[in-house]
Design a protein around this ligand. Sequence first.
Ligand SMILES: Nc1nc2c(ncn2[C@@H]2O[C@H](COP(=O)(O)OP(=O)(O)OP(=O)(O)O)[C@@H](O)[C@H]2O)c(=O)[nH]1
Length: 298
Amino acid sequence: MYDILPVLGSGLVISGALLLAMAIAPVWKIVRQLPTGGLRYSWGFLILLILIFIAGYVIYAKFSPVQFSQLFDLVVPIIFFGGAIFVFVVCSLSLRTTRDIMQNYALKQENITDSLMGIFNRRYLDRRLKDETERALNYSQPLSIFLIDIDHFKQVNDNYGHQVGDLVLKNIAQLIKHSLRESDVLARFGGEEFVVILPRTKDSTSYTLAERLRHVVEDFQLTLPEESDKDSLSISVTVSIGVAGLNAQCKDCQCLIENADRALYQAKRNGRNQVITSKSGKTDTKMNGGLIGAPEPR
Ligand SMILES: Nc1nc2c(ncn2[C@@H]2O[C@H](COP(=O)(O)OP(=O)(O)OP(=O)(O)O)[C@@H](O)[C@H]2O)c(=O)[nH]1
């Protein structure tokens, strides 16, 4: 019986080394899924540690002075083997957990994203606007919203087709998104309408921001290669923006949307491509970049 102890001893250590080598695969998959950064480097460092352990196991199996002549000599190989099982199980479970978390995150994102525009959808907007309104009221902070509508968008569809219309919508959404601050929330309200939530933003500031946004859209040209003669096609659009903010008369999200909608309607009636701020029936107007009425301080 004691004859097999040396085989058993080195067998346990080598099997442990193999298990450690197998543990590298799940860790490597985790590394590949992570974006460049501290966490990715930490998991990469774990691979280096595992490699060092494997070298240690192999060196022990080859050069250990222990003869494995009695059962007690197997204690260290058993600990090595147990340690390797532990590392393998932890690494495999980490991969499964990482995948589950990423899948859940992707599902959550899908659930709150508009698939055409790549911005938040109406479901998310309704919830977020309610939360932001409650937070603003609780902490007595200002809150503004924009209701943005692309002008004469039907003509884009009619002139260039629905697919080009979709492309215009997508590009305008991304243009607006990248023109906003990190703290602002952009969502599709429906059709060719967007809502921007501007937490901690007063009417006067939001008016300036809306004007800047209107200019950004006005200056943007979407260039598409024309299929027939390879000439490029440039499409530009303008937007009308209704701005509304919380105040003594308007203290919930429904009122915010209604006021912004009213202001937007006014902007459309005034000739489009302009910003109107709703303020207890009074409106501040800029038309085609020219100042017609300055916004009143809050
Ligand atoms: N391509 C495309 N078109 C859309 C989408 N959603 C809404 N539309 C179009 O947007 C157009 C909106 O038209 P209207 O409500 O008449 O408004 P408008 O032509 O922009 O005119 P004003 O808003 O009054 O300036 C309609 O032709 C819709 O079909 C979409 O997801 N993709």
